[in-house]
Design a protein around this ligand. Sequence first.
Ligand SMILES: C[S@@+](CC[C@H](N)C(=O)[O-])C[C@H]1O[C@@H](n2cnc3c(N)ncnc32)[C@H](O)[C@@H]1O
Length: 324
Amino acid sequence: MMISTLSVHKFYGESRKGFKDFKTTACAPSGRPHPKVEETLQLVPEPVLVRSCGCGFPFPVGIDGLKILDLGCGCGRDAYLACALVGPQGFVTGIDLLPEQVQVAEEHADSFCQRLRYPRSHLRFMVGSIEDLKSAKIEDGSQDILISNCVINLSFNKQKVFDEAYRVLTSGGEFHFSDMYIDRHLDSHVLDHQELWGEGLLGALTLSEFEDIVKKAGFSQIHRVHSNPIAIVDEHVKSLLGSARYQSVTHRVFKLPQSENVGMSGQIAAAYLGSISGQPEVYRLSQQHEFKTGLPTHVDSALEALLSSSWLAKHFHLRMATDF
Ligand SMILES: C[S@@+](CC[C@H](N)C(=O)[O-])C[C@H]1O[C@@H](n2cnc3c(N)ncnc32)[C@H](O)[C@@H]1O
């Protein structure tokens, strides 16, 4: 077994029960989620909530009726939240490497679905590896949205994770995820430290490594939704890591039809229709892009491709800028 897989088993299977057990602030809830997500948090059963150890809130809004897959769902908090957000017409699957985590997620799913009055079959959990979703029988193009929270840093083959994510997403689908990033490469003497692997500190990518992997998998432009510095709270861990700095970042990337990856004219304006529930006045796509309802905004060719051919297309009106 490789060191990262071994560390994940030891770390999440035996010793860690939730974010309070970590030696960094990575897995403490950072930032405020969207009010709709915040409201939905009240519905999640306590034993699931206290075991969550993600580093963000990786949820797009307006996902009613969609099919969601949570990569590395742990004890299930985000899958439960997604289940409430997609409504009774949506489906959520959570997948995690460790049976111990999946068991907790499964234990409370009956009562949660009853509480929401949703069919139980709309929330399922499975044991599996995010590098090999084929073995879990997740079909090509079968998912609308993928989410993931502080998991990719633990993967021993990150290219495979993004290749698999791309494969299972439907055309126009989105991968929305929070993860940890490091600002430099670490000295080789710390790289076999099992506990630091488990904390995600040794597997974290630099942002430029991350960009290369995502592009190689076929995804379009990368959009940053939220970022937060991570503090190392343990003095010993701090001394091992020297001056390395970490941050948690929530990103969104889209699988767009290849021919439309680049928009045609660069002369296009987009107006948000105000149609996403809970977002009547403004839609925030990322830290860089915000759309006020009804107000045409000039978009570059990459954004034009995204707004015309992703799952968000039905919420935007695109025209030649001169025609608005
Ligand atoms: C930091 S926890 C986050 C769990 C969950 N996403 C949350 O927010 O509470 C990391 C999770 O990733 C899972 N994991 C790590 N490597 C994995 C892999 N290769 N395939 C599937 N799950 C993995 C671990 O078992 C653990 O549950």
